[in-house]
Design a protein around this ligand. Structure first.
Ligand SMILES: [Zn+2]
Length: 368
């Protein structure tokens, strides 16, 4: 039985401490990378990396959490659940190399934001060589006023009604694309990809190859929340998926568990995602990345929560009651308090990782 209360931390600092203790108890090698910012407690904010030293380096499991800051509450709970389960099982680690990346956006996790210290969505900041930090979907400018009001949030604003009117006027596809694609022109707006590589981007670029050194086959689960139906899990892949990867995903996790969002013809292609970055960087390996999305609330509620928190951050008073309310609401939208949600998503997340380990241990089929 999972001890849910002990696995979900109440804040980033507690999560990091538990992650470090559980990894140390298993004898994992730990590394920490400062992003040069401080948390609400005044302490340095770091990305933590735990690795199994020297075990079957050919096959590697990567589990990452918190690329979207506040979404790290669940991702870190899954990581801690795995570490504690391995420890409880006579401290026996899986027979594959494990690389656990805790809080890829420590600022967002600590300060309860989805974005980093520069208002950047890190899943749009990992651009490839030759791509520029400029451009937006054509519909974004029309939605800027709706998505990014230049004022503190108000409890009495009929936000849902405004969203519904915008959907009636612009169509759901335009709204969806503005949100899913990211933008590089509105630094204080939602879904901003930044104007230069973030500190997380630099840290990943500097160390990723070393963490995977010698590895030929990799399965990477990047944990997210906030998209999809309540307490369900879907694997999202936004880079071209080979036929063999498609077949393997279906066999490993089930035919309806994943969705490839990369299509050859789109009006504005999403750029700078972690999945695309991993795929481009690891062409010499059999590398399969999937963003595991655990659903929470209605998407318009999630969008309203993101909007209010962004308003509070840029236009509200930092320590006001309305800012605190916006932060608490954001956490509740990306990590609901309901115990039934927490149990279900933790169980699914851990099962997903166990399936990924079994998949890595099956006889190699290099038929890309
Ligand atoms: Zn996310």
């Amino acid at each position: 039985m999972l001890d849910v209360a002990a696995l979900f931390a109440s804040d980033y600092a507690t999560s990091r401490q538990r992650f470090r203790e559980a990894a140390s108890a298993l004898g994992l090698a730990l590394e920490a990378y400062s992003i040069g910012k401080r948390g609400p407690d005044g302490n340095d904010l770091t990305i933590e990396v735990a690795m199994t030293p020297g075990i079957d380096a050919e096959h590697t499991l990567v589990i990452s959490s918190g690329l979207h800051g506040v979404e790290g509450f669940l991702g870190a709970a899954v990581q801690l659940g795995l570490l504690r389960a391995w420890y409880a099982n006579d401290a026996s680690l899986p027979r594959v190399r494990c690389v656990l990346l805790h809080a890829l956006n420590p600022f967002g996790f600590a300060w309860r934001r989805r974005v980093n210290e520069m208002n950047v969505d890190l899943n749009r900041n990992l651009l490839q060589d030759g791509e520029s930090f400029r451009g937006s979907p054509s519909g974004y400018s029309a939605l800027d006023g709706l998505l990014n009001p230049r004022q503190a949030p108000s409890r009495w604003e009929p936000v849902t009604l405004k969203f519904l009117l915008a959907i009636a006027r612009h169509g759901m596809p335009a709204l969806k694309q503005s949100i899913a694609s990211g933008q590089y022109d509105y630094p204080q707006g939602l879904f901003y990809g930044g104007d230069s590589p973030s500190r997380t981007n630099e840290i990943l670029s500097m160390h990723f190859d070393r963490w995977l050194a010698g590895s030929r086959r990799v399965v990477h689960i990047d944990l997210h929340t906030g998209l999809g139906a309540w307490a369900t899990c879907k694997l999202l892949i936004d880079y071209p998926l080979s036929k063999s990867h498609r077949q393997r995903l279906s066999r490993w996790f089930g035919p309806d568990t994943f969705e490839c969002t990369h299509t050859p013809v789109v009006a504005y292609r999403t750029r700078g995602s972690f999945g695309q970055w991993c795929a481009a960087r690891n062409r010499s390996r059999d590398y399969l990345y999937a963003a595991a999305e655990f659903g929470t609330c209605n998407p318009l509620r999630v969008l309203a929560g993101l909007r209010a928190e962004n308003q509070a951050h840029h236009w509200g008073l930092a320590d006001s009651a309305s800012s605190e309310r916006a932060k608490q609401q954001l956490v509740a939208l990306f990590c609901p308090r309901a115990e039934s949600w927490r149990i279900q998503v933790l169980e699914q997340g851990m099962r997903l990782v166990h399936n990924a380990i079994d998949a890595l241990l099956e006889p190699s089929q290099l038929t890309n």
